[in-house]
Design a protein around this ligand. Structure first.
Ligand code: UD1
Ligand code: CA
Length: 453
């Protein structure tokens, strides 16, 4: 039997009070729906159907990269009605796994036994015991502990509301039966909706045995209905990631103050101080040290690099033994070779920096190529923009740039040249020469400062 997966994602998420459809709200930098999709993919690569509705084409437009079958549910008439939209596209002999786009933390380890259980009786349901079951459909069982139906909270009696076993919304049903039961659903209930959960009593009436699987962790099956739920799920997810990293040889000084919104590949003995935020695709080597309050996105960092506190680094490649920060900003398309030092209040953009070069204080280096063993003095600025176009600065090996220098691009400084402090470089400088453009100093002795009038 092959598996089809339906992800329900048409709801508005009223309690988010948002203009964005709920399933597009990000968890660890990725839409809720994408988390569910990624888990679904671990079970099947084809036959994933997503039901969308609220927000019109916004959800499929923003999630175009997912190779799924999108089905619109024009009016959100309930979970049963949502599933009905997909049934014509599903083969009768398939098993159908139903997931919710707003339950992002569900794991494949929980879903696999659920799918297996349905193989035995044709119907399995994932339930969970909650200390506070409010908001969920309650599982009603008979004297022999067999499930007989699900009652939604709004339709439940006081006794039923006291039941702590709830419906997670996730189930596996053979398509032919699902199709038959869906057709039989009515909407005579408190919410005037076609409840998918009503298929339980229809199945029981036909003598079908429903296997229930109990989720190990309540977190995994929690639906996101409010921004508070979203924040709780984010913290849980981050903590799971943090512990995974620690098990693989990474030190986190405080796992509750480490955030990864993307994918991290990392070697051994890399240390993260507090409040580090990593985004996108990050690759770090061995023995890397990341200081407090650093934000790093889409970057590769080689072995034995030290990033001091408060650096912002984006889309860069950083070689071995580099030392960066504190308070450095490395902008996109920067490549630092080995042993480069970038110090405080230095901004580097779209620049290649050669081995052993130092840019230690208060500089802007953009659209440049800097050679090996170059010293860039404090307050050096590449004037790369003429108001219309960007131009390149090339500084060859072993150049010494004194403090407070402006390099007006396009310009090239030859190998071994020296640029005197305070110079504005407007023309190319030959290798081995000295460029100096400052006004000669005058000194007047016995100078009287003006007095206050
Ligand atoms: C549903 C279940 C409830 C369960 C809970 C678990 C029903 C009737 N109730 O309740 O038993 O405890 O989930 O989270 O199924 N959706 C659509 N189209 C619709 C309505 C909903 O696609 O017309 C989608 C939503 O986007 C969401 C999912 O279905 O992803 C669940 O809908 P929601 O309204 O959140 O159902 P609950 O009332 O929470
Ligand atoms: Ca819900």
């Amino acid at each position: 039997m092959s598996l089809s997966i339906i992800i329900l994602a048409a709801g508005q998420g009223t309690r988010m009070y948002s203009d964005i459809p709920k399933v597009l709200h990000p968890l660890a930098g990725k839409p809720l729906l994408e988390h569910v999709y990624n888990t679904a993919c671990l079970l099947t690569h084809s036959n994933i159907h997503i039901v969308y509705g609220f927000g019109g084409e916004t959800v499929p437009d923003q999630m175009k990269h997912l190779p799924v079958h999108w089905i619109e549910q024009r009016e959100q008439l309930g979970t049963g009605h949502a599933v009905a939209q997909v049934m014509p596209d599903i083969r009768a002999e398939d098993q159908v796994l139903i997931l919710c786009g707003d339950i992002p933390l569900i794991t494949v380890e929980t879903l696999r036994p659920l799918v297996d259980a349905a193989g035995e009786t044709g119907f399995s349901l994932l339930t969970v015991d909650l200390d506070v079951p409010a908001g969920y459909g309650r599982i009603i069982r008979d004297a022999k502990n067999r499930i007989t139906r699900i009652v939604e909270e709004k339709d439940a009696s006081r006794q039923e509301r006291a039941i702590r076993e709830v419906n997670t919304g996730m189930m596996v049903v053979v398509a032919a039966s699902l199709q038959r039961w869906i057709k039989a659903l009515g909407n005579d209930n408190a919410q005037k909706e076609y409840y998918l959960t009503d298929i339980v009593s229809l199945a029981v009436a036909e003598g079908v045995k429903i296997r229930t699987i109990s989720a190990e962790s309540a977190f995994e099956v929690k639906g996101i209905n409010t921004r508070a739920h979203l924040a709780e799920a984010e913290r849980y997810f981050q903590l799971v990631q943090a512990h995974h990293l620690m098990r693989h040889g990474v030190t986190l000084l405080d796992p509750s103050r480490f955030d990864l919104r993307g994918d991290l590949e990392v070697g051994r003995d890399t240390v993260f101080d507090i409040n580090v935020l990593l985004e996108g695709r990050i690759k770090l080597g061995n023995h890397v040290s990341i200081g407090a309050n650093c934000c790093i996105r889409d970057t590769m960092i080689a072995d034995d690099v030290t990033i001091l506190p408060n650096c912002v680094i984006e889309n860069a490649i950083i070689g071995r033994h580099c030392r960066i920060g504190p308070f450095s900003r490395i902008r996109p398309d920067t490549i630092l070779d080995d042993d480069v030092h970038i110090g405080n209040f230095v901004e580097v953009k779209k620049t290649d920096v050669g081995t052993g070069t130092k840019i230690n204080h208060l500089s802007y280096i953009g659209d440049s190529e800097i050679g090996r063993e170059v010293n860039i003095g404090a307050g050096t600025i590449t004037c790369n923009f003429d108001g219309a176009n960007k131009h390149k600065t090339i500084i060859e090996d072993d150049v010494f740039v004194g403090s407070d220098v402006q390099l007006v691009a396009p310009v090239r400084v030859g190998a071994g040249a020296t640029i005197a402090a305070g110079t504005t470089v407007t023309r190319d400088v030959k290798a081995g020469s000295l460029a100096i453009s400052r006004v000669a100093q005058k000194t007047r002795s016995g100078w009287k400062r003006p007095n206050k009038g």
